[in-house]
Design a protein around this ligand. Sequence first.
Ligand code: GCW
Length: 678
Amino acid sequence: KKYNMWLQYQPVTDSKVKEQYQLLLDQVCVIGDGIQLQAAKEELLVAVPQMLDKKFNVSNDPYNSRFVIGNKIKLAQHLDESKQAKLADKNEEAFLLSSDEKQLIITGNSDVAVLYGVHHLLRLMQLHADITQLDIVEQPKNQFRMLNQWDNFDGSIERGYSGRSIFYQNNQFAEDKTRIKDYARFLSSVGINAISINNVNVWEEETYFITKKYLPEIQEIASIFRTYGIKLYLSINFASPVTLGDLDTADPLDQNVQNWWKEKTKEIYEYIPDFGGFVVKADSENRPGPFTYNRDHADGSNMLAEALEPFQGKVIWRCFVYNHLQDWRDRSTDRARAAYDHFKPLDGRFHENVILQVKNGPMDFQVREPVSPLIGAMPNTNQMIEFQVAQEYTGQQIDLCYLIPQWKEVLAFDTHIKGEGTTIEEIVAGNIHHNKYSGVAAVSNIGDDENWTGNTLAQANLYGYGRLTWNPALTSEEIAKEWIRQTFGTNQEVLDTIEDMLLNAWEIYENYTAPLGVGWMVTPGVHYGPNIDGYEYSKWGTYHFADRDGIGVDRTKETGTGYTEQYQEPHQSIYNDLDKVPDELLLFFHHVPYKYTLKSGKTVIQHIYDTHYKGYEQVEGLIEQWNGLSNDIDRERFENVKNRLERQLENAKEWRDQINTYFYRKSGIPDQHGRTIY
Ligand code: GCW
């Protein structure tokens, strides 16, 4: 149970449903022998006997099989014109499920599409849906649906909260690759199609990943992911030619450097012919980059792009670039501005196979930030948005925080960059600027913990990330429901309770942590738990500016950093205007007195007190809800979540009391309701 995340394939108990499934799924005829089709077959052979409690065979006789799978070319003679037509205008990853009482066909525009189709069927079956009247055509809305592993070769994971790496142990590749294969299965079941397998901070030994020393092992991992339609990428060290001892410069305009990367790339493709390309964190938080040589991000990424181009490889260049050595006395530098200021002027200069990966939010992955103004702001440049499934700033998989509602809100944001309707969702889907490549990337949250994600309920974020990037029209509720049923079965009370817990979790977390969009206030380094001034006089550019009179960061154009001007109208005016800015982002954009009245009618200080008392109580409520399920969930998973919730309550208490006490001491304004402040 614990190892299988949402691919539990529990026996179908409803006899009517079971009968229907048994009738159609007697055997499967697989037409074609591509590797992804084999993976689809293998998955069916695991799932169907388990769910239907019967033997399930493979046949090669389509005329005597009720269940047939294969890509549309292999299946051509079994597909009537209308079915062919349904797939005709769809992309390579599109699948079709078609059935009646007597036959079920799964086909698609490629083998991997068929694999996606099979997973769709298995999902429907886990949800106990009727599968005798299917007429489903689906294609992913986003082209890139990527995960970034922040795994280090020593087995640690940067911002990992689920144990150690499943890829590496003690500077060696994991000998047992079972979990890598299972991970690939999980990812393909929700449509992920790209993965980078090492930390964007590429340390000394990891720099050797692109050499003969390690390429044979990476080749093996690439082939596991290939079977599931997932392309493998590597994070690279921009200074590789120097670090590996071959050259004394990494200047992107130096001919020797260019040739070095061309040779290197050629070598990689000899091992991995469909290698995805490089993910690059350059000139960011001490990582090397083109700035050393007075070159810019376009020079740096284009040099790599030229090396990758002959092989259709991509450069995924991160835009998380800012001054991390800021002087806190300097009030003009604003970290929120940095990505836009660095990259916007370079629009149009990037090669066709460079994709900029833009972190959201503009500061970092805080519980509440405005949407990054850089996304969509470079019409002539490929872009992807970057989320963090790992809960670095949102409870570290101890505290519950279902992130799908947050991502939905970001995707729904209408930038107005090309007029009304220019939402982030349409931009990253490639429908606004029509660049060659676009999509979504995110930092993964898995490790070698038995349940993969530390907190079992944090699996919902990984599941939801995949489902949402495939189909952003799915609601947070739908995704939660799907995940719970597949993971915990069909008990209605379990379903309702966990759904409610998930859907409220983000708001609850926001309530007891940093208020009104101001962000941070976390323990430096580890980023868990409160430390209100932890970063206040630091070099990281993450300030709240609280004094005895007020709090918040002035980012207006008149008196602040002018960050608001990076947005299109109407957002520019809305964010700039104290009367218009939404409450939840007030302190991100404005410095206000504690007695400033919010649109909610409360003062800022009273809002702080109220939300913090409330947040703590809400966590008590979560515990109560969970405890109500003690007889409906197996011991192990029940205890896992119970234990995490108890730790969350401790955390919420610490946040509540430190925040309330801090602001009471700063402001001298008492809580209207006279609750305990220390
Ligand atoms: O928020 C910061 C994290 C770093 C991370 C960095 C990044 C991989 O604290 O751990 O480094 O973001 O996104 O590069």
